[in-house]
Ligand binder design. Structure first.
Ligand code: HEC
Ligand code: HEC
Ligand code: HEC
Ligand code: HEC
Ligand code: HEC
Ligand code: HEC
Ligand code: HEC
Ligand code: HEC
Ligand code: HEC
Ligand code: HEC
Ligand code: HEC
Length: 550
């Protein structure tokens, strides 16, 4: 391990720069990829340094590149990054591949130029870790996921202007950790010396010991790391020549980075297979419309893995509705009152980003008396009636509820919307049942009642109870008439701003493609008259109700 002198004193000859140090450096440069000489024992310093006095700092010999570089940029970058400065310019004098070595002695084959390949960063540095910017307390104040510069390990040195340079992470003279790194990056120790990503300490991506040898991503399968935990940050990020420049990801298409493992080759679940099912959150069809800094209230219609997952914070942890599950920790959301939260506490807050106030939300296939596609209003605890997602429901009489559920229960959106029952994968990625339902649910008119037809409802409400008319005395009669549940019931809720409480209790919100106005009174209405009592005005399957009471 070389001993470094603190600041090079510009003396006459390099050998005198700082006493004993050059000797130690000589040993580590010789034979390393930075020893460009044709044979061992040549002058391992002269490719970069001149032994004579020069006006350049550190007695630099290689011609500096006049290139104007394309620099790193991203919407989440707080640092002010400009053109390369200081020692980075020295590295780039060879590593941008534009300048041939000015060394006059005999070079090893290929030593004259950094030719095409990994070591050639090119003149486009937008796919490389940002360099040549001040890493100061002011920067850390803007980005709480950075450690204070004063706490960096001694091996990670900023330059005299507090700038982070190539030489913060690399030492051109010392290859003991490989890639001339200034410290080992095993399990991303180097990255986490500066970055402290929220949720990382407990993340599955930090700890999982699954082998990456089967990945189709060659960078993982053929790389130096064996497991997900060994790769750590490098499972998704690439510090140089990244496929997805913004935020230095392996691939241009954000989900491709995740599919390196989540296609059944490394992770236990095959998310890729979920995403070809008939009903899905089609992250593949949306091409990188997600942005880390987007406003959940105004973003364009899209959905990507990172909209629902923070890859730094995912963990295996079960929670109870409505609390957010481990897989969705540290993700932004919209609260039940419509405000933005940087960190969703409840699962529905993540869904509300796209299925509530956002004008780009999707519509419904069913036309109803009361039309509403803002799920925040549908599930609001002040709504006329609603399935208990945000809080317990309004009804005290729900005799059909199956064991384990009561009128005090709270359920998840994903208790209804997720991969179909029987799939090995949890979560609302894809389902064979529309719209992304966990169980089959028939909404077309003239459906014959069966366990399968309304399996979704029967997963929580006893079929036996419904068919034996424990609440609505003519449930069975209507079902025998092949009228679907959805002709009368809305699966979400009826917002308090629409209709009236009297008319929309018990999730009653008729499907107007099946149910029409009573021609006698011109009314299309349900009237609540107390526990298990009510009245209807309407026409359906050729039958008229003009104030029919039950
Ligand atoms: C591949 C290019 C390269 C080679 C080869 C090289 N150096 Fe350096 N050297 C640098 C760069 C770049 C710096 C400036 C580092 C900085 O500013 O942080 C430097 C700085 C130095 C310094 C100043 C102290 C320091 O570490 O910052 C000394 C001393 C030094 N080199 C000695 C040598 C000796 C002796 C050899 C030959 C055994 C050698 N170098 C070979 C690139 C090289
Ligand atoms: C005089 C030209 C020259 C300069 C200056 C130079 N390098 Fe290199 N560097 C090379 C060559 C040539 C290679 C070998 C490339 C190859 O094997 O394809 C190399 C290889 C590397 C490697 C890869 C090591 C490996 O194991 O493959 C790293 C990392 C590196 N250099 C970093 C730096 C950094 C950081 C600086 C500035 C401090 C720097 N280099 C300055 C010429 C230079
Ligand atoms: C934030 C730390 C960091 C900075 C800054 C940095 N590098 Fe690297 N560099 C790395 C790491 C880590 C690797 C090893 C890559 C890996 O394991 O995939 C690496 C690898 C390399 C390689 C080997 C080829 C490759 O792509 O793997 C070269 C060459 C290189 N760096 C040159 C540079 C140059 C030149 C600069 C400045 C323009 C620079 N690095 C800035 C961390 C850094
Ligand atoms: C010496 C400190 C240091 C080290 C080591 C370091 N980084 Fe950084 N990195 C920074 C700083 C500072 C920024 C700028 C952050 C900002 O402006 O928000 C940054 C920026 C980034 C960005 C771009 C962030 C954005 O919002 O666009 C990524 C991605 C990144 N680093 C990943 C890594 C990875 C992966 C490693 C390990 C190979 C690593 N960094 C090592 C200090 C470091
Ligand atoms: C499982 C994949 C994955 C792993 C592992 C991972 N990242 Fe990321 N990282 C991402 C993705 C994807 C984004 C962009 C997120 C988005 O667009 O919402 C990102 C964004 C970032 C950013 C910029 C965003 C910000 O919040 O400021 C930094 C910095 C970063 N990662 C550093 C790291 C570091 C350091 C590690 C290791 C401790 C790491 N990442 C591990 C996938 C990963
Ligand atoms: C290097 C492989 C790898 C990559 C790349 C990767 N993951 Fe993972 N991920 C895993 C492993 C292993 C687990 C542990 C659970 C399992 O085996 O599926 C996991 C777990 C998860 C979990 C669930 C948490 C848990 O432990 O149950 C989520 C969510 C997740 N990853 C999302 C992502 C996203 C989003 C990306 C892309 C930004 C991504 N992953 C990239 C390997 C990876
Ligand atoms: C970042 C935006 C976003 C988030 C967050 C989101 N969705 Fe979606 N969702 C969409 C988009 C866009 C579609 C339209 C389908 C498509 O084109 O991929 C959709 C479609 C759906 C569908 C209908 C599928 C079909 O086949 O018609 C359901 C059901 C759904 N989402 C439920 C949820 C649930 C439950 C959550 C929360 C766990 C959620 N969504 C979170 C954007 C989102
Ligand atoms: C009790 C089961 C259930 C719960 C809980 C539930 N949904 Fe649905 N959802 C359905 C059914 C059934 C449909 C389709 C039939 C219909 O609209 O009546 C549907 C339709 C949708 C659609 C398609 C468009 C639309 O409005 O019809 C979206 C988007 C959606 N739900 C999102 C959500 C979100 C977000 C949550 C949680 C905040 C949620 N759902 C909770 C059962 C449920
Ligand atoms: C609309 C939101 C949403 C999107 C988009 C989404 N997920 Fe998920 N994901 C979830 C939810 C919710 C869970 C289940 C949480 C639970 O029940 O514990 C989950 C679970 C997972 C799991 C764990 C599966 C298991 O069986 O334990 C992995 C891995 C995962 N997601 C990866 C991904 C990847 C990779 C992508 C992009 C290709 C993605 N997710 C897109 C919401 C989403
Ligand atoms: C994940 C479990 C679950 C599923 C699936 C489910 N429900 Fe419910 N449902 C409940 C719970 C819990 C309540 C009690 C809420 C209350 O007390 O207001 C309830 C209440 C109801 C009520 C009474 C509401 C009131 O205010 O009187 C109706 C009607 C209803 N569900 C119909 C359905 C229909 C139709 C389906 C199928 C589309 C369905 N449910 C699917 C859990 C579920
Ligand atoms: C013709 C209209 C209609 C159809 C079709 C219908 N319901 Fe109902 N349902 C009602 C009415 C009206 C009530 C309210 C009874 C009361 O409390 O006054 C009700 C109440 C309920 C309740 C709450 C009380 C309880 O029994 O726990 C549930 C749950 C329910 N229905 C589920 C279903 C399911 C599941 C289907 C389809 C298999 C269905 N309903 C089909 C009209 C209908």
């Amino acid at each position: 391990m070389p001993i470094h002198c603190k600041r090079p004193v510009k003396l006459l000859a390099l050998g005198l720069l700082c006493g004993i140090v050059p000797k130690v450096i000589a040993v580590t440069v010789t034979g390393s990829p930075h020893d460009l000489s044709a044979s061992a024992g040549g002058d391992a310093c002269a490719f970069c340094h001149t032994p004579h006095v020069t006006s350049r700092s550190v007695l630099w010999d290689q011609t500096l590149s006049p290139t104007v570089y394309k620099i790193y940029a991203s919407s989440s970058l707080d640092a002010v990054v400009g053109q390369p400065t200081g020692s980075s310019k020295m590295c780039l004098s060879c590593h941008d591949g534009t300048v041939a070595s000015g060394f006059t002695g005999t070079l090893r084959p290929g030593g004259a130029f950094v030719g095409p390949g990994e070591a050639n960063l090119g003149t486009d540095l937008s796919d490389d870790h940002p360099i040549s910017f001040a890493y100061t307390d002011a920067l850390v104040a803007k980005d709480p996921q950075l450690r204070p510069a004063s706490t960096l390990p001694e091996t990670l040195k900023l330059d005299g202007d507090n700038e982070l340079q190539c030489t913060t992470c690399h030492d051109a003279h010392d290859n003991q950790f490989g890639d001339f790194l200034t410290m080992s990056n095993q399990r991303s120790r180097m990255c986490v010396s500066c970055h402290t990503m929220q949720g990382w300490s407990v993340s599955s991506h930090r700890h999982d010991s699954a082998s990456v040898m089967g990945s189709h991503n060659r960078l993982l399968a053929d790389g130096p790391h064996q497991t997900v935990g060994d790769l750590a940050c490098m499972a998704c990020h690439k510090v140089h020549s990244a496929g997805g420049p913004e935020r230095l990801l392996h691939f241009e298409q954000s989900e491709e980075t995740c599919f390196s493992c989540h296609d059944g080759t490394v992770g236990t679940s095959d998310i890729k297979a979920e995403l070809i099912k008939p009903s899905r959150h089609d992250v593949v069809a949306f091409r990188n419309n997600h942005d880390l800094r987007e406003s959940p209230l105004a973003m364009s219609r899209h959905v990507e893995c990172s909209d629902c997952h923070n890859p730094h914070a995912v963990q295996k942890q079960d929670a109870q509705a409505p609390l957010i599950q481990g897989a969705m920790r540290h993700v932004t959301g919209i609260t039940s009152s419509g405000g933005v939260t940087p960190q969703a506490r409840f699962e529905y807050e993540v869904c509300f980003k796209c299925h509530a106030d956002n004008p780009s939300r999707i519509g419904s296939d069913i036309t109803r008396v009361v039309t509403q596609t803002n799920t925040r209003l549908e599930f609001d605890p002040s709504a006329h009636s609603f399935h208990p997602v945000v809080g317990p429901g309004v009804s005290k009489n729900v005799p059909s509820l199956r064991a384990g559920l009561s009128v005090a229960s709270v359920i998840y959106c994903t208790d209804c919307h997720s991969s179909e029952e029987g799939s090995a994968t949890r979560g609302p990625h894809g389902s064979i049942y529309r719209p992304l339902l966990k169980h089959h649910y028939e909404t077309s008119d003239f459906t014959s009642e069966s366990e399968f037809a309304y399996a979704l409802c029967y997963s929580c409400h006893s079929r036996n109870s419904i068919l034996s008319d424990e609440s609505f005395p003519t449930h069975r009669l209507h079902l025998d008439q092949r009228i679907p549940c959805s002709a009368c019931h809305d699966a979400h809720g009826i917002s308090s701003a629409q209709g009236s409480r009297n008319n929309h209790t018990h999730l009653i919100n008729f499907d107007t493609s099946i149910v029409s106005r009573d021609p006698g009174t011109d009314r299309l209405e349900f009237v609540d008259m107390g526990v298990f009592q009510g009245m209807c005005y309407m026409s359906c399957h050729g039958t008229q109700h003009s104030g029919q009471v039950y």
